[in-house]
Design a protein around this ligand. Structure first.
Ligand code: ZN
Length: 177
C-alpha cells in the first residue's frame, strides 16, 4: 500500500542539497517511493513533487498535471515518475507563469521558465525516455528539476513584487486567468 509522506518545508537543509542519481530503478525502495510520492502529490493537490521534498535526496520526481483547486487550469495527464532527468535542449523563448510549491506553503510567485524543453529521463520500468514538453507541463518539469539541484521557485522570481500569498492568488489572479 502506498502512503502519504510528510512534506518538508523551506528551511529544512535537505531542500538545498544536490540529489544523488538513482542507481537501480528496480530497487523495491525506489518503487515504493514512487508510489508514495504519487499518493502524496495527489492528496496535497500538487501537480508535481520531487523526492527531496519528502527528505529523500535522490534524482526522482513525479509530474502529475491535472486540474485541481490549487491549479484549476492544469492539463490532465497520468502521474509520471521521472528518474535521473536531464534537460537536453530548450527554446530561447522564456515565459513567466505563477508557481507554488508544497514546500513553500502559502506563497505564489511569478517565475520565468523556458517555454519548450527536450528532456530525457529513465521511467519506472528502467526505460530511457525522451520527450518534448511545452508550457505548463514544461514548467512543472523545470520546477521539479530545480528541487534536485537544491533550488526553489522563490530563487528564480525576479522581484519581490512578483510574490503574493495563496489567498490573494486565489482571489485576484485565478479569476483573471
Ligand atoms: Zn516545489
Amino acid at each position: 500500500m502506498s502512503e502519504s509522506l510528510p512534506i518538508i518545508t523551506l528551511g529544512d537543509s535537505t531542500l538545498r542539497q544536490q540529489a544523488v542519481e538513482v542507481q537501480n530503478v528496480h530497487d523495491a525502495r525506489i518503487q515504493k517511493l514512487i508510489d508514495d510520492l504519487i499518493t502524496t502529490a495527489t492528496n496535497a493537490n500538487g501537480v508535481g513533487i520531487a523526492a527531496p521534498q519528502v527528505a529523500e535526496s535522490v534524482q526522482l520526481f513525479i509530474v502529475a498535471s491535472r486540474p485541481n483547486p490549487r491549479y484549476p487550469h492544469a492539463p490532465e495527464m497520468q502521474p509520471t515518475a521521472m528518474i535521473n532527468p536531464k534537460i537536453v535542449a530548450h527554446s530561447t523563448e522564456i515565459v513567466k507563469g505563477w508557481e507554488g510549491c508544497l514546500s513553500v506553503p502559502g506563497l505564489r510567485g511569478l517565475v520565468p521558465r523556458y517555454q519548450t524543453i527536450q528532456v530525457e529521463y529513465t521511467d519506472r520500468d528502467g526505460k530511457l525516455q525522451t520527450l518534448e514538453l511545452t508550457d505548463f507541463v514544461a514548467r512543472i518539469f523545470q520546477h521539479e528539476y530545480d528541487h534536485l539541484n537544491g533550488i526553489v521557485f522563490l530563487d528564480r522570481v525576479e522581484s519581490n513584487l512578483d510574490i503574493v500569498t495563496e489567498a490573494e492568488y486565489q482571489k485576484n489572479v485565478v479569476p483573471n486567468t
